[in-house]
Design a protein around this ligand. Structure first.
Ligand code: ATP
Ligand code: MG
Length: 297
């Protein structure tokens, strides 16, 4: 089969347009069009090279399964779900904190997907009290116009005795005034609130010198996920993505190489499974260790 025929075949099978292929080649659509028709007047050899590597990459993609993160119930994630459930049932302020990449966001999203009455806000470093209120108004379908007091009162009216739950992810980014605003909504509307974030969230809640007692004293439960996940959790998550992780050597290597971090585990599994899909060999403990050397974090 000529390269042009092979390329044409991949394009029709995958529905790629000439423009998409041109973008992948770093050439103009006109060049690709002429090349495919065998009419290209320029350096055909260089386009052949591009086509060859494009075809090889597409073949590799087809061989490797796409691994996507999917929530797996583990010891830690079950505890997290339970702490959220209690905040929801009791109308409490509960906290979930721990190092980056241990599954806090996964837990919150899982709870939100199971309970349509749970509201989820993902904060970022620019979040002020005003932005939090606007975000909440957006979720509740309320107008974002008005001063802070008006927005806050509108949210309280909409949430009062609703039995709903408000979850805020990356809450370590919230300044004190934003946390205070949430406390007020909790007090006045009587709804549960869950704050999730990195360990410094706890310091933000207490105040550096313990000056925020009024806020901190309202926190009911605080689940500390810590710095890493237990081996059983890492193993359960690994097996869900990679059947080869049933092998105890592979499982052990993944646990060690991941440092008990689920995000790092995901990158490891994606890397080694792609390699094994392409080579046709099962994933080995050695392959895990080798791939781990290339991961920056
Ligand atoms: N319960 C789980 N089931 C399956 N995969 C998980 C689970 N928990 C974590 N992971 C994996 O770890 C990755 C990181 O998880 P997540 O984004 O929830 O961490 P995080 O604690 O919110 O981190 P950060 O503090 O950086 O936001 C996920 O994308 C997923 O691949
Ligand atoms: Mg997160």
């Amino acid at each position: 089969m000529s390269l042009q025929t092979e390329l044409n075949e991949i394009m029709s099978r995958k529905g790629y347009s000439q423009t998409q292929v041109a973008r992948a080649f770093g050439k103009s659509p006109a060049v690709v069009n002429q090349y495919l028709q065998g009419k290209y007047q320029g350096d055909v050899g260089s386009i052949d090279e591009l086509a060859r590597s494009f075809i090889a990459r597409e073949a590799d993609k087809e061989k490797s399964r796409r691994i996507t993160p999917r929530y797996i119930p583990t010891v830690t994630s079950r505890k997290g779900i339970e702490v959220i459930r209690l905040a929801h049932l009791d109308g409490e302020i509960n906290v979930l904190y721990g190092a980056a990449g241990l599954g806090k966001t996964m837990i919150l999203r899982e709870y939100a997907s199971r309970h349509r009455d749970a509201l989820l806000i993902e904060a970022d470093p620019g979040y002020t009290a005003r932005v939090v209120l606007e975000e909440l108004c957006g979720l509740l379908g309320l107008s974002k116009r008005g001063n802070m007091h008006e927005l806050s009162e509108a949210c309280i009216a909409a949430l009062r005795d609703s039995g709903r739950l408000l979850m805020v992810d990356e809450a370590e980014n919230l300044p004190y005034r934003a946390l205070e605003t949430l406390r007020r909504i909790h007090d006045k509307a009587g709804i549960g609130v869950v704050l999730a974030g990195m360990p410094r969230l706890i310091i933000n809640l207490k105040g550096k010198r313990g000056e925020y007692q009024q806020l901190f004293s309202r926190v009911g439960l605080a689940l500390n996920i810590g710095e890493s996940l237990p081996q059983a959790d890492i193993s359960d998550i690994a097996i869900s993505m990679l059947p080869d992780a049933e092998n105890p050597d592979v499982s052990e290597a993944l646990f060690r190489a991941s440092n008990g971090n689920a995000r790092r585990l995901f990158k490891l599994v994606r890397g080694v499974s792609r390699h094994s899909d392409i080579s046709g060999n099962a994933v080995s403990a050695g392959a895990v260790r080798k791939f781990a050397e290339m991961l920056i974090n």
